[in-house]
Design a protein around this ligand. Sequence first.
Ligand code: UD1
Ligand code: CA
Length: 461
Amino acid sequence: MSHQTPIFAVVLAAGKGTRMKSNRAKVLHTLCGVPMVNYAIEAIRPLVPERLLVVVGHQAEEVKSVLPPDAEPVLQREQLGTGDAVRVALESIEEEEGLLLVVNGDGPLISDRTLGELVERHRSAGVGATVLAAELPDPNGLGRVTEDAGVVRIVEERDASEAEREIRLVNLGLYAFELSEIRAALRNLGSDNDQGELYLTDALEIIGRRNRAVTYRLKDLEEANLVNDRSHLARAEEILRRRILDAHMRDGVTVRDPSSTHIEAGVEIGRDTIILPGTFLRGSTKVGSDCVIGPFTDLMDTIVCDGALVEHSVGRGAEIGPGANVGPFSYLRPGTVLGAGSKVGAYCEVKNTRVGEGSKVPHLSYVGDAEIGENANLGAGTITANYDGKNKNRTSIGDGAFTGVNTSLIAPVTIGDEAYLGAGSVVNKDIPPGKLAVGAPARVIRDAPKKVSEKSKKRES
Ligand code: UD1
Ligand code: CA
């Protein structure tokens, strides 16, 4: 095997993306929760480049903040065109020999396989430059490509003649260059075009005339979904979304209605879990096996353990224990940890609270900054008054405690194990274990009633 020169990869991500009509740089727009620029980086990584440079410019700081540690940002101060962007990147590459792989940052569907094939084709042809091209039914907005005897010419749509516009072979913004060739070509680049920019595409013709340049034809046209405006963004995201769903389904997850299910790239789901329609699983959400999620549930950075049910609910940074039951219409906020077999029911909001194993918050409650023991039961409308206008105070509810409907717990306060609160109690003092308290403010009147056990219930019936 001949000695292979190293690959230097450059992602072009400095442009504004005018056609997005956005205050945010185009490459920061997300698809399935991942910024566009990261797709290009992911596709490059398997090629194990010597360096992975990302040219940033417009909103440079924001773009830098989404880059993984192995990507090196280089700053293009003024967006003078794709040719200038590559020139900036080359300034930080000292090597004389190597392959420069240039990837436009706005092609989120380009695969590592295609990049690998492009490099392969470039090396085996021994040419100065290779560009990825595709024959598209609708070439609108893209540079048109002609190839003739080792010379490739690319003309931008805005600079094209009527005849050239008829060409359906387009430039997909992906190139392999010999380092020495691209360096030399960029020195000769002009900006005599409609935009007065330095076009990287002009380098192809220059290299073709000095040496040789060729096209490599894209095999899977789905990858040609480049993003220039929001309708392209939606189309590309739809393809990625379906790919994610298909992967989960192959791994044993039932997705009842793929058309209304949105699962972001980083989400994990165990087998035999059922995802019902209208469900969004986002961020670092992890769902175990044998769960039922949805319909109409939106979980962000939430952990759902095996066998849990979550219906018509919203989760943000929550943890739902094994076999727990959530919803319909529950809102679990950050710091919520639900124990095994616990329940948070209809119209409840829970924040920064640990709900112990087997405990229930079944109806119309707000529970914030609290610790609930095991097998406790909060009556309908039990509310923690956790905020006194200055501080957030904690509520502690013991094992087996029971609160009546419309109990107000004025924090900081502790309800002892097996304590029992009458309906409408307003609790501003600690209630000792095993006592019944009623009233506003609640005062202790006698021992708590004995719990009716399951056995004695059966005997009575
Ligand atoms: C470019 C190609 C066009 C091709 C199309 C594919 C040129 C001149 N034209 O056109 O032939 O069909 O891509 O998508 O290259 N960028 C910078 N710095 C700049 C300008 C752009 O980093 O100064 C980046 C952008 O962020 C973007 C990429 O380069 O990721 C392409 O820029 P864009 O303006 O979208 O180029 P197109 O006009 O689409
Ligand atoms: Ca583009």
